[in-house]
Design a protein around this ligand. Sequence first.
Ligand code: NDP
Length: 263
Amino acid sequence: MVLKSFGVFGNPIKHSKSPLIHNACFITYAKRLGFLGHYHHLLLPLESDIKASFLNLGLCGANVTLPFKEKAFKACDRVKGIAKKCGSVNTLILENNELVGYNTDALGFYYTLKDTFKNALILGAGGSAKALACELLEQGLEVSVFNRSKEKLDFFKQLGCDIRSLEDLLESSFELIINTTSASLNNELPLAKELLKALFKNSKLAYDLMYNTSIFLDLAHSMGLEIQDGKDMLLMQASLSFEYFSHSKVSYKEALEIMQSVF
Ligand code: NDP
């Protein structure tokens, strides 16, 4: 059977569970796909050219994670779907010899919400924050954004989000609070503890994109708030990516079932 290579670009990348869940799908669906896909960790030096790396490695498809999603957007020959609006790409495939970029974080996140919300506060302004802001605005929520540094906020302002300062946060309440910062990776809170506690008091759900427990979620839970970690989103965005890798021969729902069984 023909072998095809796939992978996930990131730095660091060792922690990523993507090879586990994608390889399970490639093995399960090899016959239907007509090839056996092998999906690797791809540690990319920070200054690398993503398109050249993709082509030199002979890849047929790839995911992109921290900190390369915005760089991947610029590297593509063509960008499709919501990725065009959010300027951030997490899925790359070759279509007719062109490198095409998609973003499955946006819908992947939205599909994991079990309730409806009027408004949301996004903490952080990186690649995943852009994807979530685009999707939540499209779904009709009022979206506010806070980031510790100001440089990345213009994008969100132009999109139609409310940009919040620390002072604003003290006077506001949000039904959904999403931590898209990488603070949890270092066991840090994205905001001062007392401010977070005040925000959690009037909220319905605290969501952290990190797919383990975090001190952000521990704090929310200790205040009786409902919490959700990034595991469901990881599986959802991965299964949507797999549908692209399979050129729609495997639906995301079929891929999701396999991924859930091995995670
Ligand atoms: P980026 O590097 O693009 O953005 C990181 C953001 O976090 C920036 O806004 C940065 O602020 C902020 N930040 C970093 N450290 C701190 C800190 N100590 N306090 C406050 N803010 C901080 O990352 P991504 O958006 O790509 O990913 C962010 C997180 O989401 C990662 O943990 C990633 O693993 C996770 N993720 C999970 C997914 C899933 O499927 N579950 C999917 C996508 C992402 P500044 O601009 O000031 O530097």
